[in-house]
Design a protein around this ligand. Structure first.
Ligand code: BTN
Length: 285
């Protein structure tokens, strides 16, 4: 009975936390990220919508938000569970003047920004599983899908799609052991607006630093926040390749370096990681 009352209160609190521009803008501390917001009650995928806005000329920092997605897209062709009012489903349009080969760094930068944003608001430490899953207590609370459009080897735009599990109370059975939400990890209803505003600020700052100083600022911060950067026993599934070994760092371009049993260093550009265990303790700062 009391539990039902608590759930009722939590749900009421969540529905008053709509991601409406007029509720977000007064709290925003950015120059361009999120200064233009397209809010949708329901979207198929905010990344698809952002793509359309970008083609129509939307400026850098334009943000597309939805209260739910009917077909949220994840990495490697997966779907992203996008329950109504519970999570943040956000796609940001970027127009960086960098070479397309440098764009994967934006994946890592987005993950660092989410990790910092969660710490700012929820006071939870996170881990980052390569390339950009943000984990709390080993469970995935955020996924990032970055998509790029190029023309004649020039970036037209990048869409950084960020899904954060904020107030989900449960997950479909197939995700139960893998996914979690900030609510489940803290037993508190968390303001989506506060998390979003903080992530946008952290992302804008790191993005500006990357454009000014180069990739190393992002790589250093990613490495500090990830137990996967080195000393982790992993199996990587990358297309038809299956590599098992120990992580030994990141390449300049954000690729993962894995040392296999025969001592060879394999470079992984994309794929899915299964962690076994850490053999080296990584101190986080
Ligand atoms: C992953 O597989 O980990 C990436 C998930 C990315 C989900 C977000 S939610 C907002 C944006 N719109 C989408 O369709 N996907 C991304």
């Amino acid at each position: 009975m009391y539990e039902a009352f608590q759930v009722g209160c939590a749900q009421a609190k969540m529905s008053s936390d709509l991601l409406l521009p007029e509720r977000i803008l007064p709290h925003l501390r950015t120059q361009s990220f999120g200064r233009t917001i397209h809010h949708h009650d329901r979207a198929v995928s905010t990344n698809d919508l952002a793509h359309q806005f970008a083609l129509a000329g939307a400026s850098e920092g334009t943000l597309v938000l939805a209260e739910e997605q009917s077909s949220g897209r994840g990495r490697l062709g997966r779907t992203w569970a996008s329950e109504r009012f519970s999570g943040i489903y956000a796609s940001l349009i970027l127009r960086p003047e960098i070479e397309p080969r440098e764009a994967p760094i934006l994946n890592l930068a987005a993950a660092v920004a989410v990790s910092k944003g969660i710490r700012d608001v929820v006071r939870l430490e996170t881990d980052i599983k390569w390339p950009n899953d943000v984990l709390v207590n080993g469970h995935k609370c955020c996924g990032i899908l970055t998509e790029m459009s190029t023309e004649l080897d020039k970036i037209q735009f990048v869409i950084a799609g960020i899904g954060i599990n904020v107030n989900q109370m449960k997950f479909p059975p197939e995700l139960e052991n893998k996914a979690s939400s900030l609510f489940l990890e803290t037993k508190r209803v968390i303001s989506r607006i506060e998390v979003l505003v903080s992530v946008l600020k952290r992302f804008e700052d790191l993005y500006a630093e990357f454009l000014r100083k180069g990739r190393s600022v992002v790589l250093e911060q990613w490495i500090q926040r990830s137990s996967y950067a080195s000393g982790k026993k992993v199996i990587v599934e990358s297309g038809s390749r299956r590599i098992s070994g120990i992580t030994v760092g990141l390449g300049d371009d954000g690729t993962l370096q894995v040392k296999t049993e025969n001592g060879q260093i394999e470079t992984v550009m994309s794929g899915d990681l299964v962690a076994w265990e850490s053999i080296v303790h990584v101190t986080r700062h």
